[in-house]
Ligand binder design. Structure first.
Ligand SMILES: Nc1ncnc2c1ncn2[C@@H]1O[C@H](COP(=O)(O)OP(=O)(O)OP(=O)(O)O)[C@@H](O)[C@H]1O
Ligand SMILES: [Mg+2]
Length: 358
């Protein structure tokens, strides 16, 4: 299937572009900060990539790092930035650099935490040089505390000629929620900081995606509206739904693919896990497929999964304990034959469950 074209987000792109050009053309000394928050799969990373692509003048330096969720270690963000980069000419103690880059041979415990933080800031300063630079911080919510401290420092590092471009799920879903919240609010204190909270796509934007994907067939507005309701306008769920029906006509989007199309590709394993999403897309029990045998409470918990909520948020929304939610989730995974909560959410989408907007 053709990749789904990016729709909407024009206002956001323009604002990011303005923040960059103001910094790059010397309108305001750095650092500048732009923070994009939003639920899992709402399109933060795509927006970061599109903004970066369009920045004019072109950044002299781009340092990009994301949380490495499966091998968490201090300074993950910087280690990702340093990975594969020639650092031999940087004026820094080689063993500190080796430690910050997480090289396995690095001597342990040689530096105090404060010293390491200062060295980490200096490393970034040396890499940025005279700039102008973009520092991309992907998935801030999943960063280790040392990286969070570092990006917090960078946002206020005097005269750093750089735009920090940060993408994060809401702080409540972070690995270190309190620290993430503090760092996010520290960003907002930076003069001229741009703060964007991305919401789901609207019905017209979903229709635009369908028009482009099914060029020539022109899906009806009614079908587009149904797809919008089924996905809650979440671009990730939309692309998954489209992928599961690639090669078929648009009407297939409203069928029940697991029973009617046994050959349909399985949902991707790497999917957005917990995240806050407006608890809007609630399931209605009357739309339950007869073969699933879910209880009323399980349907409600499934609705929360579709909405991208964490167990804690689901517990709060439904007024039950986190432990009870966990039990429902594990039953849901078994009953829907899903390997992950996102797969269960996708199952719900494919079975036409997330039908009601609150
Ligand atoms: N505006 C959009 N138009 C079309 N497709 C989009 C749009 N935004 C996102 N997508 C698609 O939706 C999927 C999820 O987007 P993306 O990875 O940017 O989400 P995210 O918010 O970064 O998620 P996560 O919280 O998991 O990092 C991608 O396949 C992306 O191409
Ligand atoms: Mg992302």
């Amino acid at each position: 299937m053709m990749p789904v074209p990016m729709v909407g987000r024009a206002g956001e792109l323009a604002e990011l572009d303005r923040a960059w050009s103001t910094l790059a053309l010397g309108g305001r000394p750095g650092p500048a900060v732009a923070v994009l928050t939003g639920a899992a799969g709402v399109g933060k990373s795509l927006l970061v990539a599109a903004a970066l692509d369009g920045f004019a003048p072109r950044p002299a330096v781009v340092l990009s790092g994301a949380a490495r969720v499966h091998s968490p270690a201090p300074y993950n963000w910087l280690a990702a930035v340093l990975s594969g980069r020639d650092t031999s000419r940087l004026d820094l103690p080689p063993d500190a650099l080796a430690w910050l880059a997480q090289q396995p041979t690095a001597p342990r415990e040689r530096y105090a935490p404060g010293t390491l933080l200062r060295l980490a800031v200096r490393t970034v300063r040396l890499l940025v040089g005279v700039g102008p630079a973009v520092l991309v911080v992907e998935d801030l919510h999943a960063l280790d505390p040392a990286s969070l401290n570092l990006v917090g420092e960078l946002a206020t590092a005097p005269d750093l000629p750089a735009l920090l471009l940060v993408a994060s799920r809401p702080a409540a879903d972070a690995v270190a929620p309190d620290l993430a919240a503090r760092v996010l609010s520290r960003f907002c204190g930076v003069r001229g900081a741009v703060r964007q909270h991305l919401g789901p796509l609207g019905p017209a934007e979903v229709a635009e995606v369908l028009d482009q994907v099914y060029a020539g067939t022109r899906p009806s507005r009614r079908l587009a509206a149904s797809v919008w309701r089924r996905t809650g306008g979440n671009p990730y769920l939309l692309t998954e739904l489209l992928a599961a029906h690639s090669g078929q006509g648009p009407d297939a989007l409203l069928r029940r693919p697991l029973s009617e199309h046994p050959g349909a590709p399985a949902p991707r394993a790497a999917a957005p896990p917990d995240a806050a999403y407006p608890p809007a897309a609630l399931l209605s029990a009357d739309l339950l497929p007869a073969d699933a045998e879910l209880t009323g409470r399980e349907v409600e918990v499934l609705a929360c999964l579709v909405a991208g909520m964490s167990n804690k948020q689901a517990a709060r929304t439904l007024g039950i304990s986190v432990r009870t939610v966990a039990v429902h989730v594990s039953n849901l995974l078994r009953k829907t034959g899903s390997a992950s909560r996102t797969e269960a959410a996708l199952w719900a989408v494919q079975h036409r469950l997330p039908a009601r907007q609150a």
